[in-house]
Ligand binder design. Sequence first.
Ligand SMILES: [Zn+2]
Ligand SMILES: [Zn+2]
Length: 355
Amino acid sequence: MSHDNPDPGTSTDAGFLSPDAPAPEAVRAAVFDGPDAGVHVDAFPRPDLAPGAALVRINCCTVCGSDVHTYTGNRIEPTPAILGHEMVGRIAAIGGTGLTDYHGEPLAVGDRVTWSMQVTCGDCFNCTHGIPQKCTALFKYGHAAITERHALNGGLTEACHLRPGTTLFRVPEAVPDVVISPANCATATVAGAVRLAGGLDGQVVLVQGVGMLGLTAIAMADAAGATAIIALERQARRREWARAFGATEAVDPEAADADGLEAAIRRHSDGRGADVLLELTGHPDATERGLAALRTGGTGVLVGPPIRRARSTSRPKTSCGACSPSAGCTTTPTTTWRAPWRSWRLITTTIRSRP
Ligand SMILES: [Zn+2]
Ligand SMILES: [Zn+2]
């Protein structure tokens, strides 16, 4: 697909949200001007919609760690831009006819939807070789500069301009906005990691780092029927959250009892070690400690920047299927990383942004 739409096509518009709501002349958005310049609110013309495009009024946009990295200058993105890529909203207008969701079901104005952060061409070498997140014509919501034709590219706006080819999902009304909003990034990241781990049912799972990803991982492990979930987290408040989300134990890595993590895992694994490591801190020391806590034959999924020691091992570039490609996804789905004292099936998944 083209990223710019030379033909605006026909717009099907029943009002901004309902027949009673006046269609606004302009859409306000928070414009990010760069780490040194910050954010200002600006108004943009309501876009013309090409066939297959849509305008979605944003109900909720959650701030991802990638947004924070961009805002603070740790990650460089083109500006001016509208940040935010975890979002949910209601369709306000549709370009042309025949807009469908992921399942092929027709979508209409008023439907509550979320959508993939990425739009890919589907035809390039990477798209046809299982790494669409490396599409040579990749577009990512919340990561693109504002252009005259496509200004409303992110989530921190009243309405987002969805491009043709965007994968949409209709959202059940019973699920709150704040639960749905992270689905295309944080939730998808953890879902990809769990898939690579081969499932968590009946497993002793070590979750390292209890931020948004860690809490999601704990909840997924609990829902999947993990035998035990051990969380490793420095902050006391987050350890409480970990327990509330289903962690069997939450261990402070800096506790006076330096063997607290290993002892907890031994207790729940008959001394064997953890079956699955979900490493979400990206910290080299934590990563090495987590790998050491795996049992022989265990599986480690590293979601974060490459660790120092792993750089010296083979790291083939494949796809995790749930990553942020511009952040540099590198996945090693089946590498066995051998050490003198044991071996693991090591899965390295760089999903999160690199500073
Ligand atoms: Zn994100
Ligand atoms: Zn492509």
